[in-house]
Design a protein around this ligand. Sequence first.
Ligand SMILES: Cc1cc2nc3c(=O)[nH]c(=O)nc-3n(C[C@H](O)[C@H](O)[C@H](O)COP(=O)(O)O)c2cc1C
Length: 640
Amino acid sequence: MLDQLLSPITIRNMKLDNRCVMPPMGTNLGNRDGTVSEKNLAYIKRRAESGVGLIISEIMGVHPSGCVGLGIYDDKFIPGLKQMVDVIHQAGSKVALQLHHAGREAFFQLKKGQALGPSAAASFIYGIPPKEMTLEDIRMIIQAFGDGAVRSQAAGADAVEIHAAHGYLLTQFLSVHANQRTDEYGGSFKDRARFVIEVIAEVRKRVGADYPILVRISAEEFIKNGYSVEDVISILPDLVAAGTDVIHASIGTHGSPGGITSAPAEYEAGWNAWRARKIKEAVDIPVIAVGRFTDPRAAEAVIANGDADMVAFGRQILADPDFLNKARAGRFEDIRQCLACNQGCIERLMLEMGSSVRCAINPETGQELLVPRKPAETPRQVWIVGGGPAGLTAAVESAKLGHQVTLFEQSNQLGGQVFFARQVPFKKVYGDWIDWLVDQLGKTGVTVRTGVTVTDEMLKVEKPEVVILATGGQKSVPAIRGMDQPSVCDAWQVLNREKPAGKNVVIIGAGLIGMETADFLVDQGSRVTLVELLKQSPVLRITGHGYQLHKRLRDANVQFRFSTTISGIEGDQVTLSCDNRDEVLDGVDQVVLAAGMKPRMELKETLKQQGIRHFIVGDADQVRRIIEATEEGARAAWDI
Ligand SMILES: Cc1cc2nc3c(=O)[nH]c(=O)nc-3n(C[C@H](O)[C@H](O)[C@H](O)COP(=O)(O)O)c2cc1C
């Protein structure tokens, strides 16, 4: 079934067992001095156990001026890199180290005035211009790439990948947005590509004829006036002549709108493969396709169609490092498929400065050293109260450790908030994840009791050994005159189709739930106004899903009223207040409450009084996102 994907391929002196690739992913797990840490090793070991043919390491800075993670700019890094390479080899995969220079995206160097760029054009992300590189700087960095490649060989890596994608230094040379040079390194696209070509040629000169060189390039800049896939095709012969053995066809820059390099759930598996195909048609060397692959069967189809020779699974290997082994065993239903939510991975690294990689649905990722690897010495009787993401994760994790687990859920369905969220556009995958968790409950032997409310009395009488309180949140109801009018309902009733979509709807609250409910309603033809107390939406446009959501609502002509409250609802009239002025909206046939949540923890006092060991996790403690819920649920299970 996966014949193509699992077939070997040889690149110069590197023979890969199969065509699955783990693409480079920065982790921020390294030591502060850029050396490899124990955390890096534990993380990469789990990925290498996946059985992918090739692992491409996270970015390795070839020069201090552009190093934003692990370093390869000095021999002192070689021992740690060698450990990393050895861990991967022991698991049976081959490894390429990714050589990188951040250019004008090196934040700390930018702040010190030491970041380099082709021109002094401000970074899209940080708004700070770098120092324009002199010809001497250019020669120095080209040589640094060569030095990095030699160190990669010394560390025992099987190949190198040159990072010419995503808006870092090499892309900056390619881009008119960053390169305004008037010398031979600026001008036409071909001239702007000179630096990239010289880097490849230097690496080839230094590593010899047999060593494989992969080049990762954004097949399209994906930004207004940026370069196109045709531009890339025009320089391919030069890239190959300089020594490239494989093109890794990625997309976009971190400055492109909507986090396109790690595309959100709005994009489907293989959405970028057509560009890989265009590149493949223009060259005679293997091409790697990447973008939203979660199911090996989709990757098989891409190779079978001739779109690409290899396929990279990025976030999928964070979500489930065992995905390929499960596929080999025909257990596709056991694969935990990436949601492309980006909460734990790319957006955490980019927006939460200093944080390291996680995964919203795989609590092990980035925390490999914390996960107990053996069953619990003393299996406990564990009650999980609440069947949302926190409770479900806590249940599966506790049961995997051998505890005797019962999960109680007050309602008749599992999934908590996600039970409703799965109805909104592009969130079906969230529902699939809940179905996966529910399936795992059965497979790990959790007893599930839906429709049961755990009471103080039950706790007092049955005294479970451990309780994980994952009761989630309850809706906040603002004190508005007219909340008892028949037109008023809450977002969950709408999403659950208990209330049909209105024609002219006012939603109270423009947070994520309010905006997603608007998205759901406009799909059904409703005209929607979102009323929000805050000055702007708390849903950030800088996130992949946030960008798409704002765009869809704008395109659907959804009205946002910020810094506004609702002072009354009467019949089909809703009175808004902004800046001490009232405005009446007429003809409103539905008012939907989405004004946020507050924690529910009724059982907390009894647990304390009864001296029952307990953990309060997820929204029951504080209302937050999926990642906090799953992480706290899992940690509680690991700490039992
Ligand atoms: C946490 C994270 C870190 C990443 N770091 C790198 C990196 O160091 N170098 C790189 O070329 N791409 C990096 N990427 C991009 C991925 O390699 C990949 O191209 C992208 O996630 C799309 O693939 P996917 O849809 O399979 O996740 C990173 C992505 C993520 C999620």
